[in-house]
Design a protein around this ligand. Structure first.
Ligand code: MG
Length: 300
């Protein structure tokens, strides 16, 4: 039976803001998260516990976390690259963490200074402890649909990584189109392979709006049985691999499509619009969401 409902994982405060040049004050980030909670998001990626010299936008992660924990029912997966990040996340009270690897060695090396297998060794250093401490773990696999350095990547490698992440106790896996090159046929092929081995209810898709194809890819994923999608309020985040390209698919566009199809997301679109308007004003940009722009035009 088709479940006419999807879960939208809002990644704007972390994946989005991390790729924005303007460094925002912590109050603005907290207000953004409050607005997103008010709009109905139940899973929001709030920040990452990485070294501030690498990603200055995330330097306030501990303080930010203490402020958002007031939203007791919301899942806040904090990105952690290694044991040190895990310990900091624990210290901050994070109940969910997110770990990341990729299907391309070159990409993973540039992104995390570790080959794919080295990243798995790193996970072994802290993921079992995280689970022992009661944290729930989300796993990201990047470059599933293509790599900026290696081009096409291997579906078998993706399947191997899913298997590994599951063996670590990861309970949700997000498959990333890191550079926004996926197309619906490719999406179909990849999900059909996934289905042969895994329960799709734990799989999420993470698309980018580089070439204008994310909604088509999301629809193809939905039709193949995926029910979890990552997206970013107002389409926050650029793309470090294509100068001038937009980044994550906009939550505004994804939710609009699902609502028009009578598929529930649990999100109040007016309240989401308010959150988008707030953060775009804070960043001084227009954003990439077609729906936001149309809606803004109708309201003016
Ligand atoms: Mg992204």
């Amino acid at each position: 039976m088709i479940k006419e409902e999807v879960k939208i994982v809002e990644v704007g405060p972390r994946d989005g803001l991390q790729n924005e040049k303007v460094i925002l004050p912590i109050e603005t980030k907290i207000e953004l998260i409050d607005l997103l909670v008010d709009a109905g998001f139940t899973t929001i990626e709030p920040t990452s516990f990485v070294r501030p010299e690498y990603i200055p936008q995330m330097a306030d992660s501990k303080t930010l976390f203490s402020s958002i924990l007031k939203h007791e029912d919301i899942v806040f997966p904090a990105l952690v690259p290694n044991k040190r990040g895990f310990l900091n996340s624990l210290d901050a009270g994070a109940k969910w963490i997110a770990i990341f690897t990729a299907t391309s060695n070159t990409f993973n090396k540039k992104n995390t200074n570790a080959t794919i297998d080295e990243s798995l060794k790193r996970f072994d250093e802290f993921v079992p402890d995280a689970i022992k401490e009661g944290q729930t773990v989300r796993g990201y696999i990047s470059t599933v649909f293509g790599c900026p350095y290696e081009g096409e990547t291997s579906i078998d490698e993706m399947l191997r990584l899913c298997e590994k992440l599951i063996s670590f106790g990861v309970n949700e896996i997000s498959l990333g189109d890191t550079i926004g090159v996926a197309n619906p046929n490719q999406v179909q092929v990849i999900i059909q392979r996934l289905k042969e081995h895994f329960d799709l209810s734990m799989m999420a898709m993470h698309f980018h709006d580089t070439e204008g194809m994310p909604l088509a890819n999301i629809l193809a994923s939905y039709q193949e049985g995926i029910r979890i999608f990552d997206s970013s309020v107002a389409g926050l985040g650029g793309c470090p691999y294509a100068k001038g390209a937009s980044g994550n698919v906009a939550s505004d566009d994804v939710i609009n499509m699902f609502h028009k199809m009578n598929i529930k997301t649990g999100i109040d679109q007016d309240k989401l619009h308010k959150a988008s308007r707030f953060i775009l004003k804070a960043l001084g940009k227009e954003g990439s969401s077609k729906f936001f722009q149309a809606n803004e035009g109708r309201k003016s």
